[in-house]
Design a protein around this ligand. Structure first.
Ligand code: PRX
Length: 644
């Protein structure tokens, strides 16, 4: 752990919206009087019917119910667009930077309004009504934001599925959300390569059904169009009126579902609602990134993840910001791409993931230093713990020592940032997400649920609700309660381990459940295991994470083959491809070890602790193996561990 401390730079202190004293006072108030604090903060958005109630929450395991601003109503698209038109119709809302560096577009708030209204009318024309679920499977093109906002405009619920997911993964999400409409593109383009999005939708719809597919043109590739089911967006848009009034939506009406992996079973459809989510996304976007009028703000995430929802689309647009949407990848056409885009669009605030920083760090300083980056004022990090070495490089090389770094800890379930520095208030420690945001009450508990005080390490829980919190798992409230509110009754369990130091700084140590974080992408080991055992030659599989220099964690799979099947290099490759096809390229195992047997207790439970140690190459630290049914299995695993 790094012991270095970076004080708040003087210029930041002097111009801080929130300085250290104000942070302390406001934080105390926010937790002592959540109704007062959040009731005031909620005035930052425009309501249709004002709320009279603020927080109505029960974390009681027998009755988990979360409501914020429950009797208010609003519309998110109105807040992100219409509200800004009187004074910023000609301001750029979205800068789109294509995969190909010669392509970019500037979309003003006026254009955004037109585009979103059209898209909303197309959805309406295809029968989409308030509360209906719409699946969005698009690349990073402006239409992804239009489609999300179009749903919000008419009160429909979007479920964005990352374009890198396979047809099978997409099918599961369409089915779970009971979504009749799917929005896709002919193809996606990333890093110079095309991906067959429409073909993937066709393959998914061989397994599950949807009434309507709307296809946006990205590359113009020829794709199959099934009459009566598939429609070209451009044709449909011509048929509808250009204005679409926004619907009145209850604060607790759903805004979106987003699927995320957990320890067990299939990915869960985390459900977020309207009023509290927007208040939280907008407030954190303004304060954590110190967003100021006129800034160009760039978050490099994909809209397929929660970061894209809250910090590319909803938070920035609610604040009337100019948000940059990037179609490409950090190393195409060259490893200078991020920094070139920063110079091209004069980006003030830049928010990315540790895995990208580590990969670019590997390419050395020259590709960074040959660019100017003088527009950059603030850097951000999200998605996984950032190792101090990567933090220092980001600070020294990318930020030239003058830009604070906000390391933001949060989750799909939290809707927005919960632990992060405020750049004008918080001294930074490389590798620490620092202090809780207003209204957030983190606690560290031991395995028995005792709340630990002072400097300590244990599991991270949040003692009370915040407005952006997920309300349920779509269609399965019991699973929501089981996953988050039973381990430590009365508290929200994050699934993360955490250390708190003597200055009250939080250091996330990683997941404590069977979830692994690969390049900031969250994957359940159970999900990858069930993909592997779906292969006809696999009898059993156990998957664990292991430290990976660039990805943070890599995927290590132990595979037992069916009787009579020979292990081979070819089969190894076949299994990697199989997982890729079943889930996504992001889930493909880095290492597959063929194992005649897995270490199990006498009751048949796989001892993952031992598998993790072997994957980490820490054979000396296997711990007690005496409870194993067959201890010789372990020797075999060690002896045959693939090199690397
Ligand atoms: O383990 C934590 C890690 O990512 C998990 C949440 O993943 P997801 O729901 O996909 O959302 C990612 C983007 C918000 C957390 O449980 N994580 C996220 N941010 C950080 C982090 N770990 C350490 N530091 C962070 N800043």
């Amino acid at each position: 752990m790094s012991e270095k401390i970076y004080a708040v730079p003087e210029a930041w202190r002097n111009e801080a919206r929130v300085n250290a004293e104000k942070y302390d006072a406001l934080y105390r108030r926010s937790v002592a009087d959540p109704d007062g604090f959040w009731g005031e903060q909620a005035q930052r958005i425009e309501w249709i019917a004002p709320f009279t109630r603020v927080k109505e929450v029960s974390f009681d395991t027998h009755n988990v119910a979360i409501e914020w601003f429950g009797d208010g109503s609003t519309n998110i698209a109105m807040n992100c667009i219409d509200r800004h038109l009187p004074h910023r119709a000609d301001q750029v809302a979205i800068i789109w930077e294509g995969d190909d560096p010669s392509l970019s577009r500037h979309i003003t708030y006026r254009e955004l309004h037109e585009q979103v209204c059209r898209f909303a009318n197309v959805l309406k024309a295809h029968g989409v009504r308030k509360g209906d679920r719409v699946t969005i499977y698009l690349p990073m093109i402006p239409e992804a934001a239009y489609a999300m906002l179009a749903c919000a405009r008419i009160g429909a619920v979007h479920s964005v599925v990352f374009g890198g997911f396979s047809p099978d993964a997409l099918a599961g999400r369409i089915e779970d959300a009971q979504s009749d409409v799917v929005i896709t593109a002919d193809e996606g383009v990333r890093g110079g390569r095309k991906s067959p999005l429409k073909d993937n939708v066709d393959a998914a719809l061989e397994k599950v059904s949807a009434k309507t597919v709307i296809v946006v043109t990205r590359t113009g590739a020829k794709v199959d169009m099934k009459p009566g089911r598939d429609f070209r967006y451009e044709d449909e848009a011509k048929k509808v009126p250009e204005d679409c009034p926004y619907a009145e939506v209850g604060a607790e009406d759903p805004l979106f579902i987003l699927y995320t992996s957990g320890s067990t079973g299939k990915p869960k459809g985390v459900l977020h609602t309207t009023g509290g989510y927007l208040v939280h996304a907008a407030l954190t976007h303004e304060l954590v990134f110190d967003y100021r009028e006129g800034d160009v703000y760039w978050c490099t995430a994909d809209v397929g993840w929660v970061t894209g929802h809250s910090y590319i689309v909803y938070g920035p647009l609610a604040n009337g910001a100019t948000t940059l949407m990037f179609e490409g990848v950090p190393n195409y056409p060259t490893v200078s791409r991020f920094w070139e885009v920063i110079d091209k669009h004069k980006v003030d605030i830049f928010y990315t993931a540790p895995t990208a920083i580590r990969a670019l760090m590997g390419a050395g300083e020259e590709p960074v230093k040959k660019t100017s980056r003088k527009s950059i004022r603030l850097l951000g990090s999200v998605g996984e713990p950032i190792n101090p070495e990567a933090w220092e490089w980001y600070h020294r090389v990318v930020g030239e020592g003058r830009c604070p770094i906000v390391d933001t800890w949060w989750q799909t379930e939290t809707g927005g940032i919960l632990i992060a520095p405020l750049p004008g208030a918080t001294a930074l420690k490389p590798g620490s997400a620092t202090k809780p945001f207003f209204g957030v009450q983190p606690e560290i508990v031991d395995a028995n649920g005792n709340v630990l005080e002072g400097a300590c390490e244990g599991n991270l829980v949040i003692a009370d609700s915040w407005p952006g919190q997920a309300r349920t798992v779509f269609g399965d409230h019991e699973r929501f309660v089981q996953t988050y509110f039973t381990a430590y009754p009365g508290k929200y369990f994050t699934g993360d381990g955490c250390r708190r130091d003597s200055d009250g700084y939080y250091w996330i140590t990683g997941r404590v459940d069977d979830v692994i974080n690969v390049s900031g992408h969250r994957l359940g080991t159970a999900e990858i295991e069930s993909a592997l055992v779906a292969h006809e030659k696999v009898a059993e599989a156990a998957v664990v994470g292991f430290p990976h220099a660039i990805k943070g964690q890599g995927i290590y799979a132990y595979v037992t083959l069916m009787g009579g099947v020979e292990a081979s290099e070819r089969l190894r490759k076949e299994l990697v491809d199989f997982v890729r096809k079943e889930i996504s390229a992001i889930a493909s195992p880095d290492v597959i070890q063929f194992a005649p047997g897995l270490p199990k207790t006498r009751s048949g439970k796989i001892m993952r602790r031992i598998l993790r140690k072997i994957a980490e190459n820490e054979f000396g630290a296997l711990g007690d193996t005496s409870t194993l049914a067959d201890p010789s299995v372990v020797e075999d695993l060690i002896k045959n561990r693939p090199a690397g």
